[in-house]
Write a protein that binds this ligand. Sequence first.
Ligand SMILES: Nc1nc2c(ncn2[C@@H]2O[C@H](COP(=O)(O)OP(=O)(O)O)[C@@H](O)[C@H]2O)c(=O)[nH]1
Ligand SMILES: [Mg+2]
Length: 320
Amino acid sequence: MSFLGKLFGKKEKESLDQGLQKTKESFFSKITKVIAGKSTVDEEVLDNLEEALVSADVGIETTIEIIKRIEARVSKDKYVGSGELNKLLQEEIEAVLVDAPEQSYRNFDTPPDKKPYVILVVGVNGVGKTTTIGKLAHNYKKAGKQVILGAADTFRAAAVDQLTIWSERVGVPIVKQAMGSDPGAVAFDTMQSAMARGSEVVIIDTAGRLHNKAHLMDELGKIKRVIQKVVPDAPHEVLLVLDGSTGQNALVQAKQFTATTDVSALAITKLDGTAKGGVVLAIASQLQIPVKYIGVGEKIDDLLIFDKHEFVDSLFKIAE
Ligand SMILES: Nc1nc2c(ncn2[C@@H]2O[C@H](COP(=O)(O)OP(=O)(O)O)[C@@H](O)[C@H]2O)c(=O)[nH]1
Ligand SMILES: [Mg+2]
């Protein structure tokens, strides 16, 4: 767990606690009410717990899974102190969450045999793709990587402008063409430019029109094939961005998207200012794809590595 020591310093913990403030308030107050003064896990506690979890946007499937685990665990020793019940609950929630198999991304490291490391960013309009790309570029650059951005969302002039602003803010090059140009052509240019410059990380933005439209799938497929003309095993990561403030809708969107596209990682944004952050638990348990990043604000430093232990720990911490 050496990554944690580095990544979850005081600053990150504060940023996580602050970002989850509203979710913490709703989640924690509901859970505390259920377990206040309780030392026995009886039917009533389980029923109330179930209700509290569902209403905190954790979702039915994940809630049932958590409740089952708690039932199994307390079937032997029914009597636990209230402090212990708290800990037990935290442990069982953490246990249903999926972790990423490889860990190097936590340090914004890339595999040495993957140069450039190519990240394709997908998701519907407005979820925070471009913003997340800016934050990711900043983190990779901070980690000493040469980064290049590709503006393959060519449908709106504003999209290219927005990514350009991020490239200037971070201080990394961007490859773009005029609005309305072929996204595949932009992706190809980006890849060629990355090879010519010896870039280590390529991050490609895409348009996010509705994911159930066949042409979006076609287009993503085309962008992938174009990337593979330059680097055959790329993209190394297809990052699906989801808007956490939409609660259970984010889960539905994630399920629909991952059914049709090869998504390898998830980022959940806008957890600041929403009480629906419990959906992260639903997404991190229902999808077999790791949540790697969470967004807790619009600024460059507002991207955190998702760490299931730190996340659950923060949810259970009393809000000031
Ligand atoms: N509060 C908050 N706003 C965010 C976050 N991520 C993105 N946004 C905002 O959400 C809006 C849409 O983001 P954008 O990156 O343009 O989404 P895209 O259409 O998917 O590229 C912008 O106003 C962003 O500033 C976040 O983590 N927290
Ligand atoms: Mg965008």
